[in-house]
Design a protein around this ligand. Structure first.
Ligand SMILES: [Fe+2]
Ligand SMILES: [Fe+2]
Length: 130
């Protein structure tokens, strides 16, 4: 999947970060399908985790600045998403990951997109409210 107008939050800095996250995840999928060692996979996941964590901090600052309703719920979802990917990273690091490359791609795609589509777009709805 790629970044599309429909994913826009109407905040340029947030949209740019979403695009970068999606591109980074896509590059990572290509590398996973080519075959990565466990160590390389952990490095890739760490890069994604750093990027996502910086992004969540930025997005939460933006949401505070525009007084987005339910900000606490949104921030809580961010913490859960980080926990989910950190758990997966631990599985990979410990060698207990059972997922195939396709399963990992599916898991990370759902993990990344669902939140943008279901939650982050509320930023745009809030900015464009009548
Ligand atoms: Fe978010
Ligand atoms: Fe986001």
């Amino acid at each position: 999947m790629s970044w599309k107008e429909i994913l826009s939050t109407d905040v340029t800095s947030v949209d740019r970060q979403h695009q970068l996250l999606i591109e980074t995840a896509h590059d990572f999928f290509v590398r996973i399908h080519d075959g990565l060692s466990r160590g390389e996979m952990v490095v890739g996941l760490d890069q994604l985790i750093t990027l996502v964590s910086e992004h969540f901090d930025h997005e939460e600052r933006v949401m505070r600045n525009i007084a987005l309703p339910d900000l606490a719920t949104h921030a809580h979802l961010h913490r859960s998403l980080l926990e989910e990917i950190r758990e997966f990273r631990e599985e990979v690091a410990m060698g207990t990951n059972q997922r195939s490359a396709a399963d990992i791609e599916h898991f990370l795609n759902v993990w990344l997109y669902r939140h943008i589509v279901e939650e982050d777009v509320k930023i745009s709805l809030h900015l464009n409210r009548p």
